[in-house]
Design a binder for this molecule. Sequence first.
Ligand code: SAM
Length: 277
Amino acid sequence: MKEELAKKWEKGADFYNRNFYSFNKKQWEHLVAPYLNDEPGIKSILDVGTGPGQLALLLASMGHEVTGLDLSKRMIELANQHNEEARHKATFLEGNAEYMHFLDNSFHLITNRLNLWTLPNPGLFVQQAYRVLKTNGKILLFITMPDSKKVYENPQTNKKEEIFTEDYQKAVAQLPFRNASPAQVKALLDAAGFKETVGYEFNDERTFTAEHMADMLSDYGEAGEAFQQLLKNHPSKDEVESFLQKYHFSHGEVHYNSEGALSFVFPIDSAMITGRK
Ligand SMILES: C[S@@+](CC[C@H](N)C(=O)[O-])C[C@H]1O[C@@H](n2cnc3c(N)ncnc32)[C@H](O)[C@@H]1O
């Protein structure tokens, strides 16, 4: 199962980078700032399951010393490219969240965004996180609440599915935290010895350009081709909305900006769970 999972992230890294790298920086800065500004000074931060590095680089842009860790070599390459382009000095390393080789007491803060669900043994990661945090160090885990990933609803079967291979889906079905609630994540942190663990729910959103939507829909065969065709005809907002409805993507909002470019905003129910060593 581990191999299937690792292969998937490696193969999907460029797709992930194209479609999910951009996020609402202001909102995320606002979310993490209280955990960085409690004491003055530069913090040493580890972002686990960093992917193409968007959160790690946001933290670096706030002046902190950031290390991003990811199992996928390609994700690390992409994160390094963004690091160079933004002229930040974050460090990106290939490695497994469940077997981290950092020394004890190394970091003030560990962040983990949308990675916990991918782990076959999330308990191992949380124990490692506890070990490598400094005394009073904090962990911030960001999860998507169960049943809120409608963007992946398959228009052909009307079922919620990931866009992934059958083998990968079988492997995902065995992941213990693939649908974990904030309470389950809090219990995991409590069991590893974290204190003052609390969860906050917040609304997140993802915005896609027409190009990104076409890229995602191209995995859906018929829907992808129909979308490309629709775009060629300079559709009205109503026409785009009825297209989305037909293919069960109707929970998103469609906008035309002043320059006539389309954007798609999908709301996501999210939670942040935090604890202190
Ligand atoms: C959904 S992506 C999240 C990426 C990024 N944190 C974000 O917010 O977009 C999950 C990431 O976890 C990584 N990953 C999966 N299993 C891992 C493991 N055992 N150790 C470290 N990273 C892992 C994947 O390669 C992928 O980059």
